[in-house]
Ligand binder design. Structure first.
Ligand code: BES
Ligand code: MN
Ligand code: ZN
Length: 489
């Protein structure tokens, strides 16, 4: 899908479809008014059939005096409060209708609307991301592909072509590429998307964009002393990988942002085996890793002037004769010891070693991204990612980026009071803290390994994937991470 910014008039654009916004009170946006005049009121005459809610659509064909084959009316909700959710609903509604009708090219006029206090560049970014998201398909494993019209190939955003808007377009298109990559990695089944597959995917990105890549094998990790990460990998026949992919688009010597992504390509729970119901969903347990690869793909694709190091501990969590047992005590890369009371709390065990490893890059900040706890899904559902941080300024920057990307987070506490729950009689700490505040104690565990760093933890257990009929990976939080990397500190 190609996007371009071109000043043109909606009534004379020769396109498969022109998308026009209408408020709930039937008030037309300026481009819709022009089309209405050109068609001598044919548009107004049809308005009664358009429901008032944002995202509702009505398709009109062959309007007199209008060059486009079709006109798609999209509801914008109440005019007074045209804000981010309504704009996004309108874009999504339009995208769904465009997909249905199989238009090859479209003019999307909605981008000139004033959305809250956002600049037009915000509209451009969200229009591109919304459309690309809606047209994403994962059908590579179906032998019978859905026959259908060719997908939307060209979208014109009718605006005057300013440099700032062109930059927004480029950023959004690259972000959409990164998001699609993250989604596909999440959707791939666990027999295909193994730790080695993630390493190979990192290799493809490294090759395409000429990025430095290092993949550490079990041997090297043993030498380093990553006893905690390797304890998780023990039960699996798949070799663990520590993937280190760098993107250096910024000034030489500028400290990188470190992104650490949980890469459990399948989480059975290990000896503390999970119940069978919906266990297939544990293939998404590498979504943190996927978001790191997607973010680096996006930044490289837009040639962003930033330095980033992506660190991905990848392995399976399996039961087996060699698997780690409840009660085992392991020594982490930091030297601290952990009593593994539950082998299903494995994410923190691989992340702690990766977070310690991140120190050697002297990052300006380190952020880990992980489908870490079911408790986070209970706390925040599928709407907000859980944010934990030992640095208020970093937390504020993440919240601002998340808000801008509409890939929202909610900050949770990391108070010392919770640390007590991790007490162990036999080691420096236990790897679980009981049921109360499960997402907080998981973060508190990680905090013990990041004392020397500006650190934040994103628990994406609820936001990285959707269950039910529309089951699948979402590509979150790639939009947030890209915006964060691009921030001006
Ligand atoms: N990968 C899971 C967390 C998870 C659960 C992600 C549901 C997405 C949906 C994680 O490794 C896990 O199993 N966590 C346990 C921790 C518990 C044993 C302390 C959990 O949340 O139940
Ligand atoms: Mn688990
Ligand atoms: Zn897990």
């Amino acid at each position: 899908m190609e996007f371009s910014i071109k000043a043109l008039s909606p009534e004379s654009a020769k396109a498969g479809c022109v998308v026009l916004g209408v408020y709930a009170n039937k008030e037309l946006t300026p481009p819709a008014k022009r089309v209405d005049q050109a068609s001598r009121g044919a548009l107004s005459a049809a308005l009664a059939d358009l429901p008032g809610k944002a995202g509702a659509t009505l398709l009109l064909r062959g309007l007199p005096g209008v060059a486009a084959e079709r006109v798609l009316l999209v509801g914008l909700g109440e005019r007074k409060q045209l804000a981010e959710p309504a704009f996004r609903d309108a874009v999504r509604g339009a995208a769904a209708a465009l997909r249905e009708l199989g238009a090859k090219d479209a003019v999307l006029t909605l981008v000139d609307l004033a959305v809250g206090k956002r600049p037009v560049s915000w509209n451009v970014r969200h229009a591109v991301l919304g459309l690309r998201e809606a047209f994403y398909r994962f059908d590579q494993l179906k032998t019978q592909k859905k026959p259908g019209a060719p997908a939307l190939a060209e979208v014109i955003l009718p605006l005057s072509a300013k440099a700032e808007l062109q930059a927004a377009l480029k950023e959004a298109a690259a972000t959409a590429d990164g998001m699609a990559l993250a989604r596909t990695l999440g959707n791939l089944p666990p027999n295909i998307c193994t730790p080695s597959y993630l390493a190979e995917e990192a290799g493809r990105i490294a090759k395409q964009f000429k990025l430095p890549l290092k993949v550490l094998e079990r041997r090297e990790m043993e030498k380093l002393g990553m006893g905690s990460f390797l304890a998780v990998a023990r039960g699996s026949h798949q070799a663990p990988k520590l993937i280190v992919l760098r993107y250096n688009g910024g000034k030489k010597g500028k400290k990188p942002l470190a992104l650490v992504g949980k890469g459990i390509t399948f989480d059975t729970g290990g000896i503390s085996l999970k119940p069978a119901g919906e266990m297939d969903e544990m293939k998404y347990d590498m979504s943190g890793a996927a978001s790191v690869l997607g973010t680096i793909r996006a930044l490289a694709g837009m040639k962003a002037p930033v330095n980033v190091v992506g660190i991905i501990p990848a392995c399976e969590n399996m039961p087996g004769g060699a698997a780690t047992k409840p009660g085992d005590v392991v020594t982490t890369l930091s030297g601290q010891t952990v009593e593994i009371l539950n082998t299903d709390a494995e994410g923190r065990l691989i992340l702690c070693d990766a977070l310690t490893y991140a120190e050697r890059f002297e990052p300006e900040a380190v952020i880990d991204i992980a489908t870490l706890t079911g408790a986070c899904v209970i706390a925040l559902g599928h709407v907000a990612t859980g944010l934990f941080s030992n640095d208020d300024k970093l937390a504020a920057e993440i919240i601002a980026a998340a808000d801008d990307a509409w890939d929202r987070v909610w900050r949770m506490p990391l108070w010392e009071d919770y640390q007590e729950q991790l007490r162990s009689n036999f080691a420096d700490m236990a790897n679980i803290g009981g049921r109360p505040a499960g997402s907080v104690t998981a973060a508190c565990f990680l905090a013990r390994f990041t004392k020397k760093q500006r650190w934040a933890h994103l628990d994406i257990a609820g936001t990285a994937w959707r269950g039910g009929r529309e089951k699948g990976s979402t590509g979150r939080p790639v939009p947030l991470l890209v915006r964060l990397a691009l921030r001006k500190p």
